[in-house]
Write a protein that binds this ligand. Structure first.
Ligand SMILES: Cc1cc2nc3c(=O)[nH]c(=O)nc-3n(C[C@H](O)[C@H](O)[C@H](O)COP(=O)(O)OP(=O)(O)OC[C@H]3O[C@@H](n4cnc5c(N)ncnc54)[C@H](O)[C@@H]3O)c2cc1C
Length: 432
């Protein structure tokens, strides 16, 4: 009998934890597991703000799938479409022709992408904050702007370089802004003529509050804390244009900014719409509490791209966060195994324990099991919790080393922006 083939689309939280569990629990020859991902690494997203701030080396927040999934086949490239009807997926490697992959079981876990709005100039001048590449870019970019501001005699160029706008007040936006502002404020002392007060950091949020993940008290405290650092927090405000880097807000404010970070929400990865997967009104894959795709017994889904019923809050769906994604991945793997072995599947159930967010070195905010924390205890909780959760002993140790070295030595302040143009010097040499 042919060995069943399990295709996992996406090697992020859900994909990696599902594959890891299957790898540990499958008997020899029981199934062949394939993991298809753009990058062949899993990104531990909650550490992206710290990677952007230079507290953690960016390579330490990604987990190489090929190293930890030794019994799985890793496919680097893009899944373009998934067909349930004929149990195939269209896969495009980074180069060469696309191939059709047949499977017996499929796990759809491609996560989410930034939810953009049709705002003039947004795609040209904005950047998201979901990938390690974006975190590396932003660190280099912010330090590059300090370099520029310290080197130009032109007040307009300097003002524009020192203005940083973040749109979206969820934890991704608040943490990214908090950590980057903290890093830039620390770096200022090395840039002649620039002090913390010369920079303008602005958080724009459409609703009347930031951080919906923590209670209202903690959100209010966070606003005070950010404002105390000179950061402008503008709630009930919309970005209406970013054409040519000229920011226009609907409260009448207009100014130039060379940095625009868009963290105003996510939507399911569009690959789920390319094929015949059943989707809900928000484009998420319809799932049952068993993490099966509705109407199937061989297709599974979880994470940011899936609409999974939250059994602890009847009528509601699980929120798109890592807390659920990790646990769903493990439950999903057990249910795939149960299906292969003809056993009964178990529904997914997890009560949200809360959230932690860091706002820069020694500052944080948290709400865990209904208990609110702020300042140093919350920041410490953030680091401890995520260090424990970080996959592999290797990565945990490296991150711990980064933090320890950070206590002993100042942060690096060099902008390696030229990384994005590695051929430039060679080309210039060729022209001379
Ligand atoms: C900055 C930031 C901070 C966060 N902090 C927290 C936090 O503190 N706590 C918390 O609970 N959650 C946090 N989250 C949310 C959490 O990271 C996500 O909910 C979680 O990653 C979702 O897991 P997933 O497996 O669904 O998707 P991902 O982990 O995003 O994995 C999806 C994978 O699929 C791959 N992929 C996508 N499309 C394709 C395709 N077509 N072909 C091949 N591969 C594809 C991607 O490369 C990716 O590796 C944070 C998110 C961000 C961006």
């Amino acid at each position: 009998m042919a060995v069943p083939r399990i295709l996992i689309v996406g090697g992020g939280y859900v994909g990696m934890y599902t594959a890891l569990r299957l790898q540990r629990r499958l008997r020899r020859g029981e199934a062949h597991v394939m993991v298809a991902d753009f990058g062949s690494y899993m990104t531990y997203q909650p550490f992206l703000p710290e990677a952007a701030a230079g507290n953690i080396e960016p390579r330490h927040v990604v987990v190489p799938l090929r190293r930890i999934l030794r019994s799985c086949e890793i496919l680097s490239g893009t899944v373009e479409s998934i067909s349930l009807a004929d149990r195939t997926a269209r896969f495009q490697p980074h180069e060469g022709p696309a191939v059709t992959i047949g499977y017996d079981y499929v796990v759809v876990a491609p996560g989410s992408v930034s939810r953009l709005l049709p705002i003039p100039g947004l795609t040209d001048h904005g950047i998201g904050f979901k990938t390690v590449e974006e975190a590396i870019h932003l660190r280099n970019h912010v330090l590059g702007k300090l370099d520029l501001a310290a080197s130009t005699p032109d007040e307009r160029v300097r003002r524009r370089a020192l203005t940083f706008v973040f749109v979206g007040g969820g934890y991704a936006g608040v943490e990214a802004l908090g950590e980057l502002e903290d890093m830039a404020a620390d770096a200022c002392r090395y840039f002649e003529g620039i002090s913390r007060g010369d920079m303008r950091w602005i958080l724009v949020e459409a609703t009347d509050r930031i951080l919906p993940e923590v209670g209202e008290d903690m959100a209010r405290w966070t606003v005070q804390e950010l404002r105390g650092r000179g950061i402008e927090v503008r709630t009930r405000t919309l970005l209406t244009s970013a054409e040519n880097g000229h920011i226009v807000l609907d409260d009448g404010q207009e100014f130039d900014a060379e940095t625009l970070v868009w963290t105003a929400g996510v939507k399911p990865n569009p690959v789920v719409a390319a094929g015949d997967l059943p989707l809900d009104e928000k484009g998420r894959v319809k799932a049952t509490a068993y993490l099966r795709i509705k109407g199937t017994d061989f297709a599974f889904t979880a994470g940011d791209a899936a609409a999974v019923p939250d059994l602890t809050r009847p009528g509601l769906l699980c929120p798109p966060n890592a807390q659920h994604a990790v646990r769903q991945g493990r439950r999903l793997a057990d249910n795939v195994l149960a299906t292969i072995r003809g056993h009964t599947c178990t529904p997914y159930r997890h009560r949200d324990v809360g959230s932690v967010a860091s706002l820069g070195l020694y500052q944080g905010v948290a709400q865990i099991y209904g208990r609110q924390m702020r300042g140093f205890p919350a920041w410490f909780m953030h680091r401890t919790y995520h260090l424990m959760r970080m996959p592999t002993f290797n990565k945990k140790s490296r991150i711990l080393m980064d933090w320890t070295l950070g206590l002993l030595f100042p942060r690096e302040i060099v902008s390696l922006g030229a990384l994005q143009r590695p051929h430039q010097e060679f080309k210039v040499a060729g022209r001379s």
